[in-house]
Design a protein around this ligand. Structure first.
Ligand SMILES: [Zn+2]
Length: 281
């Protein structure tokens, strides 16, 4: 049996510096038409990186529900540290009216809300606790799941997440390529005797788009998951539902859902999967 968990890391909701970088990338390939559409998309698409309308429309069409991991980034932008620019620029405020409203709407209609742990939180109990409690105050009930931003991870990550009260993590996955990190296909329990599990992430949007013969690879991954009665965890960022900046992503996402539906897979949120996994312990 294949279980499918659809997920979305919500890194950003507004297109900002990408109005410069994305047209430039298109120009490099000589595609002037695409460069123009990327530069002027605000006039044709009101909020190109919002993505939630498209996500909800596709998932409603197939009667499935996903898990959305919301980021509450607090890293300071330091001019002397270029690495912090991208993390700090274009981030959203978790208390932004649009964010609060979409969180409540998703939650009320069967989607799951989780924490997308901020850049430095992977080894910081206080940050994790704060981000969990802030999100819980918005959504109005407990939040049990997390995935770390940039898949940041260290030996201590599971422990601090567990201490902060999370029941599952889904950071275990490849940053390049698709499939299984260290051959781990099934969910596992990284902390002895704890009500806590790791549900590995299998496929991320950007990596999938750049994988040669990606649909052949997809079938192989699904086959392995079926064999092991495991979970196919798919991660598509909301901003990547913009068709000009991320061509083929929306079609790929929908094709994955349709393919798995036809194969008789069982769809569930990560929270629902977590409960099943912990119950089977
Ligand atoms: Zn992220």
């Amino acid at each position: 049996m294949i279980h499918v968990c659809l997920t979305h890391d919500i890194d950003r909701i507004d297109k900002t510096y990408q109005y410069l970088t994305k047209p430039l990338a298109a120009l490099k390939t000589g595609n002037i038409g695409l460069a123009l559409r990327r530069a002027f998309s605000p006039q044709t698409v009101r909020r190109p990186y919002w993505g939630f309308d498209k996500i909800m429309q596709i998932e409603e069409k197939y009667r499935v529900r996903s898990t959305c991991f919301f980021l509450n980034e607090s890293i300071k932008c330091k001019l002397t540290k270029p690495k912090t620019w991208k993390l700090a620029l274009g981030r959203y405020d978790i208390h932004d009216k649009r964010i609060v409203s979409i969180i409540k709407e998703l939650d009320a209609n069967g989607w799951e809300i989780g924490v997308h742990g901020s850049y430095n939180s992977y080894n910081n109990y206080d940050l994790l606790k704060h981000e969990k409690e802030t999100l819980e105050a918005i959504v109005g009930h407990e939040v049990i799941g997390i995935r770390q931003h940039y898949l940041n991870f260290c030996d201590n990550t599971w422990q601090v997440q567990h201490q902060a009260g999370f029941k599952y993590d889904s950071t275990w996955g490849l940053t390049r390529g698709i499939g299984f990190k260290n051959e781990k296909v099934k969910p596992f329990f990284p902390i002895a005797n704890a009500d806590y599990c790791e549900i590995p992430m299998t496929i991320m949007d950007g990596s999938f788009a750049s994988t040669p013969e990606r649909w052949k690879k997809f079938d192989k991954i699904a086959e392995e998951i079926d064999k092991q009665n495991a979970y196919l965890v798919i991660n598509y960022h909301n901003n990547n539902f913009d068709k000009f900046d991320f061509p083929s992503y929306v079609e790929d996402y929908e094709r994955m859902i349709a393919t798995m539906k036809n194969a008789g897979a069982l769809f569930m949120t990560m929270g629902e999967a977590c409960r099943m996994i912990l119950d089977s312990m």
